[in-house]
Design a protein around this ligand. Structure first.
Ligand SMILES: N[C@@H](CCC(=O)N[C@@H](CS)C(=O)NCC(=O)O)C(=O)O
Length: 311
């Protein structure tokens, strides 16, 4: 194992993890796969992040990257070719990705839970109800079942938009080259198809079917299993990488204590000392009794960033 190895904390059925696995495959990378539980508590993960429990999380030594937006940017920085941020769709691809990660994903998840919520164990329902703090029908299959006709209609609207957008004379959603828009639109459909089969109704959309087949062929690169405890030891034995000078710092100060909390679901705050910031990303330092010093990186978009109490 080398200190620059990419470690992905995931579980096989996670759609957001699939978004990153596909990026790893597209870039032809080999990586270490740590399987984490689907429900909290996740001690082998939160020891690294300081409380963030969402999946996936990427780790390189003592640098921990939370949220697929941050993970994909960091993957691109470390392995720029082939790019997942082509210049032809810069900005536009991220906007499309944001639509897919929220609307398309919420529709797909709602439909799966509404139609087949009884396939999932009660502890998963209870965990997701807490996780979403009452939003999205609390991923509660009884309430979602009643909304299946509406959820189907919403899903169909979003599939029709995607079908139209793919009728662009290009192989990919934002243009001739694959981008983060494709990765984000792929994972909710991968999840719907995997859980619902034909009931997902994707066959009615020829552009989507052809595009899905292209993305299915990419694969996951070369994953190798790693035990959660081994990933903690890698963090303990490494130090965080040097950080670039700050930019777009606004009213923040390097060294101030902050909390970062997702603004959509999984509202567990993480606290630490600001070490790096730019327009898109922010990193805090945590000193942990078990694993020593780590830098935990987040996207700025989609997170509430506040001075810690007493700051
Ligand atoms: N915006 C986040 C969303 C991540 C997310 O919601 N992941 C789901 C799994 S696909 C999750 O964490 N669910 C609860 C859990 O696994 O504990 C990202 O892009 O990484």
């Amino acid at each position: 194992m080398a200190e620059n190895d990419i470690i992905l904390h995931h579980y096989p059925r996670s759609p957001f993890a699939e978004k990153v696995r596909l990026a790893l495959g597209f870039k032809g990378l080999s990586w270490l796969a740590v399987e984490q539980p689907r429900v909290a508590p996740k001690p082998g993960l939160t020891a690294l992040t300081g409380g963030y429990r969402r999946i996936p999380v990427m780790q390189v030594g003592a640098d921990i990257y939370c949220d697929t937006r941050c993970i994909l940017r960091e993957l691109e920085r470390r392995h720029p070719s082939p790019t997942i941020f082509p210049a032809e769709s810069a900005g536009r691809a991220e906007m499309l990705a944001s639509w897919a990660d929220h609307y398309l994903f919420a529709d797909a998840l709602g439909l799966v839970f509404g139609l087949h919520g009884d396939r999932f164990p009660p502890e998963l329902h209870a965990d997701r109800a807490r996780f979403t703090a009452g939003k999205y029908d609390r991923w509660d299959s009884v309430r979602m079942k009643a909304r299946v006709p509406d959820l189907r209609a919403q899903f169909a609207i979003h599939l029709a938009l995607l079908e139209q957008a793919l009728d662009n004379g290009h192989a990919y959603l934002a243009g001739a080259a694959l981008s983060v828009a494709d990765l984000a639109a792929y994972h909710p459909l991968w999840y719907a198809r995997g859980n619902l089969g034909d009931e997902a109704g994707l066959d009615a959309y020829p552009n989507i079917m052809a595009w899905l087949a292209r993305l299915d062929a990419i694969g996951h690169g070369a994953p190798h299993e790693l035990a959660p405890g081994a990933a903690l030891m890698i963090a303990r034995d490494a130090g965080p990488a040097a950080v670039p000078p700050p930019s777009d710092i606004g009213t923040f100060r390097i060294g101030m204590r902050l909390t970062l909390t997702p603004d959509d679901w999984g509202f567990d705050p993480v606290e630490g000392e600001l070490v790096a910031i730019d327009r898109d990303s922010i990193a805090i330092r945590r000193d942990d009794a078990l694993i020593g010093t780590v830098h935990v990186h987040f996207p700025r978009e989609g997170f509430t960033i506040r001075p810690a109490i007493g700051q």
